[in-house]
Ligand binder design. Structure first.
Ligand code: PEP
Length: 242
């Protein structure tokens, strides 16, 4: 039985004051027996976020592939773990596209995270062009294969995978439940028998109004939520939809 997971990616939003109102309000609203809820705030707030967590979990939006050294601005997996976080996003499309992270770099980040006992949430997804060229499954499978090649299948099946079609992120366009289910099923098939316990969550303009139909699909185990996660009431409603 896979426990549903719903995560909030705050991206570059939030403040000290925002954390202080958001975390207690969300703690009140969720039931951690039914859903695991992870908040990904900007890195400077991770320590504070981890300290505010009771039922909630905190995680980093990115991690360096290097363990330490002259990498100005980077945060290592050891540091993320040191401040009390358990999760880390790797391969978010904004990093793949804007920061030109290749699938090889993403796989290295994944490996650095598991090496420190963190649980990576591996983000994969196709662009609109790729979907229109019928390349969705090939693109997603190749992004996943890069991680399998470097870290091994077992590490991946113990992680979380977020299917996030790039054309649905921050655009208000959501994949239909059928479109998302098709990709989630293909990902699970690719993982083999161990993939039965792997959580595969959907991301891309998830809101309170569409969460339930998405989460009702057999291979969708929750969501990764950007914009709608910044409104605590709406995000709590999404968490309650699993
Ligand atoms: C995301 O950034 O991971 C995301 C899914 O964003 P949004 O919900 O705003 O589309």
């Amino acid at each position: 039985m896979r426990k549903p997971l719903v995560a909030a990616n705050w991206k570059m939003h939030g403040s000290d004051q925002f954390l202080e109102t958001y975390f207690p309000a969300l703690e009140q609203a969720i039931d951690s027996d039914k859903v695991e809820v992870v908040i990904f705030p900007p890195a400077v707030y991770l320590q504070k976020a981890a300290g505010l967590c009771q039922q909630l979990q905190a995680g980093a939006q990115d991690v360096s592939q290097h363990s330490e050294g002259a990498f100005t601005g980077e945060v290592s997996a050891t540091m993320v773990s040191d401040v009390g976080c358990r999760y880390v996003l790797v391969g978010h499309s904004e990093r793949r596209i804007r920061h030109r992270e290749s699938s090889k770099t993403v796989a290295e980040k994944f490996l650095a995270a598991v090496g420190q006992g963190l649980v990576p949430v591996l983000c994969v997804g196709e662009s609109l062009e790729e979907r229109e060229a019928n390349r969705t499954l090939a693109v997603v499978q190749s992004q996943i294969q890069s991680v399998i090649d470097l870290a091994g299948l077992e590490q991946l099946t113990n992680a979380v995978i977020a299917y996030e079609p790039v054309w649905a992120i921050g655009t208000g366009k959501t994949a239909s439940p059928e479109q998302a289910q098709e990709v989630h099923r293909a990902i699970r098939d690719m993982l083999g028998p161990a993939g039965q316990h792997t959580r595969i969550v959907y991301g891309g303009s998830v809101k309170a109004e569409n969460a339930m139909t998405l989460f009702n699909q057999p291979d969708i185990d929750g969501g990764l939520v950007g914009g709608a996660s910044l409104k605590v009431d709406e995000f709590a409603a999404i968490c309650g939809s699993v």
